[in-house]
Design a protein around this ligand. Sequence first.
Ligand code: AP5
Length: 193
Amino acid sequence: MFNIILFGPPGSGKGTQSEKLIATYGLIHLSTGDLLRSEISRKTPLGLEAKSIMDSGQLVPDEVVVGMISSALDANPVAKGFLFDGFPRTVAQSEALDKLLALKKTTIGIVLALEVSEEELVHRLLNRGLTSGRSDDTNEAVIRARIIEYQNKTSVVADYYSKAGKVVSVKGEGTVDQIFASLCSEIDKRMSI
Ligand code: AP5
């Protein structure tokens, strides 16, 4: 089993690259943002609680997302590996993920960190907000709040995995195909070790 964390700020291309990576490597895509939006569209109690938090650009509580990831791991017992997108976003989530993976006798193989300038992030997300229907994309103040939340709570997740030598930074600006090629090159190096 080979497990990947695709890491980076809002709008850095995690979702876009995840689609291509899961098709190439046969991994299960676990996006906490997608799981939360599915709860919102089904109007579950969890979705109703998460919606106002997401609309303000803040992170939802750790126990909520860890619970969702735990269920998703259990639902895929024969997976070749998992691609985590938008998770973990705090050190507490990282520690919880390590424990969940250890129970399954596996670990994170690589953390790919997409590097994109703040102005490019804002530009991409405002542009997506014109058509996406995502309420957190339409307001520049909320987009900037998401980026600040990333800087304050999520960027330290890279330090957590750096201690284990698992983080590789990848330039996240350029064409989607150029960035995909860079990501594949780093994965292939790690997979062959
Ligand atoms: P989430 O859904 O994870 O959103 P995000 O991290 O804000 O990321 P995005 O989906 O906005 O961006 P992305 O990096 O996937 O980029 P994408 O490929 O879409 O989280 C939403 C909210 O849910 C959070 O704010 C939080 O409230 C909550 N949440 C989720 N997970 C959580 C967790 N673990 N803990 C707590 N709370 C959690 O691309 C963006 C745009 O750019 C697209 O339009 C795309 O077409 C375009 N684009 C992509 N690549 C390129 C390129 N190379 N050049 C030009 N444009 C590009």
